[in-house]
Write a protein that binds this ligand. Structure first.
Ligand SMILES: NC(=O)c1ccc[n+]([C@@H]2O[C@H](COP(=O)([O-])OP(=O)(O)OC[C@H]3O[C@@H](n4cnc5c(N)ncnc54)[C@H](O)[C@@H]3O)[C@@H](O)[C@H]2O)c1
Length: 385
């Protein structure tokens, strides 16, 4: 899509937005690093107002909303409960808390009839994710898990290629990647807050890229491995003192057997000696797709997509087009998807459904379980009754 077409698209979207009677009321739960991306994009939506924000750290929400953003009308609270109890008119909350505080605020919001954008990963455990899904079901509200790469046109193109059947029967997929020196610090590395390291931070994106393209087949068994050889050494952290706080995985790998006789070979890293542990490759009986790895893996795609296949008996390598991300930002699209679906009832507005991401979560947890037990484990996806 050209920039001109995209900007026209955004103008039309905005024109439609301003016609509505009352603004969409949004709350921000957790005002740390990622909350900025949520706030920036909500502030870009003329039909949306951020009415409240909360953070456990005293004065943090006020400092960000009032001083940094110049939004003195935003009411600030201590935690998700105080915010939700005091804001009965909220339409949507963005849950931007660290991983160990995903499930509880999401359940509380859904049980109070509020639609939820929940940051990735879904939760720390499958059990927590199931409780969130039960709340989603009993509330009838919209829950979307914050995988913004799904809104990248090239990621969507990968799914279209796989679903078109041009690769034939898919039998082997390798995915993952990561960073050579990219341990994030902050709460990501703390056991009681981040809980899961590279696996939950960027591994969930690699898994989503291929599992979404394949239509989220169910996992059957997982042989997993995790390690922390780098995070615990000062020289591999941006701030050497972070090594002492480091309590999660900085590398994970797994061999995952999927329904439909597909093998998924996965690896992810926050820190390693090589520049990459390899590209993403989807192999089928009629062709293979290569998605080049990139420096700072965040689940989106850089140019260089290639199809390998036979044409009239000759081996052919076909470069595939890269579709620029364009504007609005992926973050804007992910927040807009929830608002359009939940508030305006647009059934075709894209969200990232919990019914798919529970599978992503189950694989991550199975990798951790298998690594701990030192053997293959079975994966069972619980039914939500
Ligand atoms: N989608 C993305 O691109 C992306 C990028 C970075 C982080 N994330 C995700 O966003 C989440 C937050 O990451 P971060 O780097 O902003 O973390 P952070 O630690 O900087 O911020 C989290 C904030 O939430 C607050 N908090 C925790 N529990 C709370 C509660 N119950 N009520 C109110 N406030 C609460 C904390 O005090 C903290 O200030 C993580 O789950 C992470 O995986 C997503």
């Amino acid at each position: 899509m050209s920039d001109k077409v995209l900007s026209q698209f955004k103008q039309e979207e905005i024109k439609e937005e301003v016609k509505r009677e009352r603004k969409v009321k949004v709350g921000i739960i957790g005002t740390g690093g990622i909350a900025f991306s949520h706030i920036d994009n909500y502030l870009d939506m003329p039909d949306v107002e951020i009415v409240a924000a909360a953070d456990l750290i005293p004065t943090k929400a006020e400092s960000i909303m009032h001083r940094h953003y110049g939004q003195p009308q935003v009411r600030c609270y201590h935690d998700h409960k105080e915010l939700i109890d005091n804001e009965p008119d909220l339409d949507v909350v963005s849950i931007c808390t660290y991983n160990s505080q995903h499930a509880e605020p999401a359940i509380y919001a859904l049980d109070h009839g509020i639609n939820v954008v929940l940051e990735k990963p879904f939760a720390l455990t499958v059990e927590e994710a199931v409780e969130v899904m039960k709340a989603e079901k009993r509330s009838g509200k919209v829950l979307s898990i914050g995988f913004q790469p799904r809104y990248d046109y090239s990621v969507q193109y990968v799914k279209q290629i796989v679903q078109s059947g041009v690769l034939g029967k898919i039998y082997y997929v390798q995915t993952g990647g990561g960073r050579q020196h990219g341990i994030p610090g902050g709460t990501f590395i703390e056991k009681d807050k981040g809980g899961i390291g590279a696996l939950g931070d960027i591994g969930c994106y690699s898994l989503d890229l291929v599992l979404n393209a394949l239509g989220y087949p169910k996992p059957l068994t997982v042989t997993g491995y995790v390690s922390d050889f780098f995070g615990k050494r000062p020289q591999f952290n941006e701030f050497p003192e972070d090594a002492e706080r480091f309590g999660v995985d900085d590398f994970g790998a797994a061999f995952i057997r999927l329904e439909g006789d597909i093998i998924l070979d996965f690896r992810i890293s926050w820190a390693m000696h090589p520049d990459t542990p390899g590209d993403t490759i989807i192999m089928g009986t009629e062709g293979a797709l290569r998605i080049p790895s990139c420096d700072c893996w965040n689940g989106t795609i850089e140019p260089g997509l290639k199809l390998y296949h036979d044409v009239a008996g000759k081996r052919v390598e076909t470069p595939l087009p890269y579709i620029p991300k364009g504007s609005p930002t992926l973050f804007y699209r992910k927040l807009r998807g929830v608002i359009d679906r939940a508030v305006y009832g647009k059934e075709d507005a894209m969200i990232v459904p919990s019914s798919e991401i529970i599978i992503n979560q189950a694989i991550i947890n199975a990798i951790l379980d298998s690594a701990k037990l030192g053997r293959e484990v079975e994966v069972k996806i619980p039914e939500i009754d």
